[in-house]
Design a protein around this ligand. Structure first.
Ligand code: ATP
Length: 275
């Protein structure tokens, strides 16, 4: 189904129930045009539920664009893109998806807890939900290991700590699908390891699906599945093990380079045949 603009669906009681389905995301011939350029070229892929899928590729290959399409904030999306059984951008998906952009979205003049309180009040407003909000906020702060900084102003935190506040906001509504755009950029190795452990805990204990982008290939080894991208095209949609086996490479990075060379050779052959 083509990406519907938000607000075009009927009232909730008239909508069919969401299809559970084994896949969190299903894309067929997904195309995105930005400015005068097509930046995603007819991608076919799936993201299975309850697993961590890594979206990897060099800077500018289209990772953020693909994630924006999945969360429903990208314009000019063509092809089929279903998310949690609904067309991407469907209004009912808003509370079911957590999206963390590359730039942390936090208020610097509020403390960590105040930031979380603010967003919790948007998700679950009203006095009746006050106790639940307190529990959710405390849990989300603990999840990202910021309990010791709960009363610090966000503006006084390091870059990595501010990113973790953003992640805590996304965890507040216990989303079924978490879309994380380069969450480990600028973090030291210990924090990177801790965050990846948290991602695995979220997938294993809550059954959540994670789509995590990175341009650091060693992070690929930590994912259940990988979407490898280059120049708006998908080079592979597979497990790290299968990719290494298929290409005879020892690392995912070597497998990626192998697939790039293969794609270049195929393009050269096509050009030769048509010229
Ligand atoms: N607002 C825009 N208008 C036109 N083109 C854009 C716009 N934003 C991004 N692009 C182009 O779309 C392509 C994909 O960009 P995108 O941000 O999705 O890549 P990325 O893989 O996420 O990069 P990075 O790893 O550096 O964040 C790039 O070639 C970029 O120049």
């Amino acid at each position: 189904m083509v990406n519907n603009p938000p607000g075009t669906a009927g009232p909730p009681h008239r909508q069919p129930p969401p299809t559970p389905g084994p896949q969190a995301v299903h894309a067929e011939q997904l195309t995105v045009v930005r400015g005068s350029r097509t930046v995603l070229h007819g991608l076919d892929f799936t993201v299975p539920r309850g697993q961590i899928t890594g979206l990897l590729g060099p800077s500018g290959c289209g990772k953020t664009t693909l994630m924006r399409a999945v969360v429903g904030t990208q314009a000019r999306v063509g092809g089929t893109l279903d998310v949690l059984g609904r067309p991407a951008g469907h209004p009912t998906l808003r509370t079911r998806i957590g999206y963390v952009t590359q730039a942390p979205s936090v208020y610097d003049d509020l403390t960590v807890r105040q930031n979380l309180d603010y967003f919790a009040a948007i998700i679950a407003p009203g006095r009746a939900a006050a106790a639940r909000r307190r529990t959710d906020v405390t849990r989300a702060i603990a999840d990202v290991d910021l309990t010791g900084h709960a009363d610090a102003l966000a503006g006084t935190l390091s870059g990595g700590q501010r990113s973790r506040v953003s992640l805590a906001v996304a965890l507040l509504g216990t989303p079924e699908l978490l879309v994380l755009d380069e969450p480990t950029v600028g973090l030291d190795p210990v924090l990177r390891r801790d965050l990846w452990n948290l991602f695995h805990t979220i997938a294993a204990e809550r059954g959540a699906t994670l789509l995590v982008s990175s341009h650091v290939m060693d992070e690929a080894e930590r994912c259940h599945r990988l979407l490898l991208m280059r120049e708006g095209e998908l080079l592979a949609d597979d497990t790290p093990d299968a990719l290494r086996t298929r290409t005879g490479a020892e690392t995912v990075e070597a497998a990626f380079l192998h697939l790039v060379d293969e794609a270049k050779a195929a393009a050269a052959r096509t050009k030769e045949r048509t010229s």
